[in-house]
Design a protein around this ligand. Structure first.
Ligand code: OAD
Length: 233
């Protein structure tokens, strides 16, 4: 283990789950599973067409039962268990593949498919099945449950904890994200500002590649286990 590296923050995006069979957000056609992001991932879309938005996330939630973690999720879970210093995996993904691989030090900054959120009282609750529009919150009793997804224009989860970890980081790694969506796209600059080593693992150079000290291009299922082996060597 490199003795200079003690505190690690790892940001993951849709690319880490691609080899498990989950579509990335920005496919070659610019669509997410055939939809424009503005049609399924904004508060306006939810009020304009709740049936479409609920159905869209119901389909994504159902798809989780058909996929399993890949070697990249497994390697990060192994690192989480073995790493003696601080470590935080911050995922933009709403799938549950990191936790199914065994990762524990994990934040879902953009929410989770397997969670429902009450738009009236703010209570979040585990949710496995379809979530029809108008479902009742078991906290306040209102028919206000929605997918627990952070839509564009809403505040991502646990930003204070993420910012604290970034400011203490000796190493920041970004895996499988296009760097198109803030605030996650700006994490590399915060980490670089405090002197952390910055490493990007991605299939193609991301929008923020210039901010990283090092970029390794390739499939996450190959690059992530390699990086974990190096870190634990
Ligand atoms: P994107 O779809 O924008 O980017 C996925 C990135 O993964 C691209 O840069 C690909 O080159 C890369 N990639 C694809 N396959 C890969 C593989 N096998 N190994 C390594 N890299 C691979 O997804 P995100 O950056 O995660 O927000 O998108 C960020 C946010 O935009 C999402 O969290 C979502 C979306 O709108 C919300 O849902 C709020």
């Amino acid at each position: 283990m490199n003795p200079d590296i003690r505190n690690i923050v790892i940001l993951t995006g849709a690319g880490i789950s691609a080899e498990s069979g989950l579509a990335t957000f920005r496919g070659p056609d610019g669509l997410w599973e055939g939809h424009r992001v503005e049609d399924v991932c904004t508060p306006e879309a939810l009020s304009r067409d709740p049936l479409l938005v609920h159905r869209f996330y119901d389909e994504r939630r159902a798809k989780l039962t058909e996929v399993v973690p890949n070697p990249a999720h497994e390697a990060l879970a192994m690192l989480d268990h073995a790493w003696p210093g601080d470590l935080l995996i911050v995922t933009q993904n709403v799938d549950d593949l990191h936790e199914r691989a065994g990762a524990r030090r994990l934040i879902h900054m953009h929410g989770e498919l397997r969670s429902a959120l009450c738009a009236a009282c703010g209570k979040a609750m585990p949710w496995e099945k379809a979530l029809p529009s108008g479902s009742i919150c078991d906290g306040c009793g209102k028919a206000a449950l929605r997918p627990d997804i952070v839509f564009f224009g809403e505040m991502p989860y646990q930003m204070d904890a993420i910012d604290t970890a970034l400011r203490r980081a000796d190493m920041f790694v970004s895996i499988g994200t296009s760097g198109a969506v803030y605030p996650a796209a700006g994490f590399v600059q915060t980490a670089a500002h405090v002197g952390a080593r910055t490493l990007e693992l991605n299939l193609d150079p991301s929008a923020g590649s210039i901010y990283f000290e090092e970029t390794r291009l390739g499939a996450a299922s190959l690059l992530v286990p390699e990086m974990v082996r190096d870190l634990l060597a």
